[in-house]
Design a protein around this ligand. Structure first.
Ligand SMILES: [Fe+2]
Length: 235
């Protein structure tokens, strides 16, 4: 049986190299414990004034949703693809999700390859969005110079023509991009997603409003070394 720390390393390497990865037989609480002891810092994605390091996510109707959240716009229906923690100046690198029960509501995944150089690439790097963050806000592009994506139409509004072109591109990409559905068919399975290269979204939860997903978001300061015999664990 693998140690949780080894599973954590494999999940991080899989997310870094392949966009997402899965593991069984380990809980988010165990991963959280190792995250605290090992090499990366847990970055809390705050959903309110006080939020735990492991969030419990349930489909939320529009009238009960927090302002500027996706639920405030989409309720329990299908979400648009997005990154989590986009309202943070330094968003989390990796998201760990788990579902204790089987769920028919998929999590949709779409890798975002870096836009080609040229006008669109320039727009991605230099078009500015106003990012709503708490009582204030800040300006940020959809791509950093390091090629990391930040995109959440719930809290980001185009502030110039370049960003407007990015929004239009993303809307088309989200429709035509053929995201990969991840099905929660194994109780307790952990899904790790690279939050800086892969967009995700919850499918339509209107017929399963009691669905419960746990989430832990982390910022990685030092990635694990890839073992020489490492086998990819991406799904
Ligand atoms: Fe999300």
């Amino acid at each position: 049986m693998k140690l949780a720390g080894d599973v954590l390393d494999e999940l991080l390497i899989g997310a870094r190299d392949n966009g997402w990865a899965t593991a069984d037989g380990v809980s988010l609480a165990q991963l959280r414990s190792d995250a605290g002891r090992l090499r990366f810092h847990v970055h809390k994605v705050r959903t309110g004034p006080v939020s735990p390091e492991i969030d419990v996510l349930t489909p939320t109707p529009q009238d009960k949703a927090a302002a500027r959240s996706l639920s405030a716009v989409y309720g329990v229906g299908p979400q648009p693809l997005h990154t989590d923690g986009a309202h943070h100046e330094d968003p989390p690198d990796v998201l760990f999700f788990s579902c204790d029960e089987v769920s028919a509501v998929p999590t949709l995944l779409l890798p975002m390859a870096r836009p080609a150089s040229g006008p669109l690439g320039f727009d991605f790097r230099h078009g500015l969005f106003t990012v709503a963050s708490g009582k204030g806000g800040f300006l940020a592009p959809a791509w950093t110079q390091a090629g990391k994506v930040r995109y959440d139409p719930g809290c980001m509004t185009a502030a110039d023509d370049r960003a407007s072109r990015v929004s239009k591109f993303m809307e088309l990409r989200l429709v035509d991009g053929s995201p990969t559905p991840f099905t929660w068919d194994t109780p307790g399975r952990v899904l790790a997603i690279n939050n800086r290269t892969v967009l995700h979204a919850r499918g339509d939860a209107s017929s399963e409003t009691d669905r419960v997903l746990k989430r832990m978001a982390v910022r990685v300061h030092t990635w694990p070394d890839t073992p020489t015999a490492q086998q990819g664990s991406a799904s």
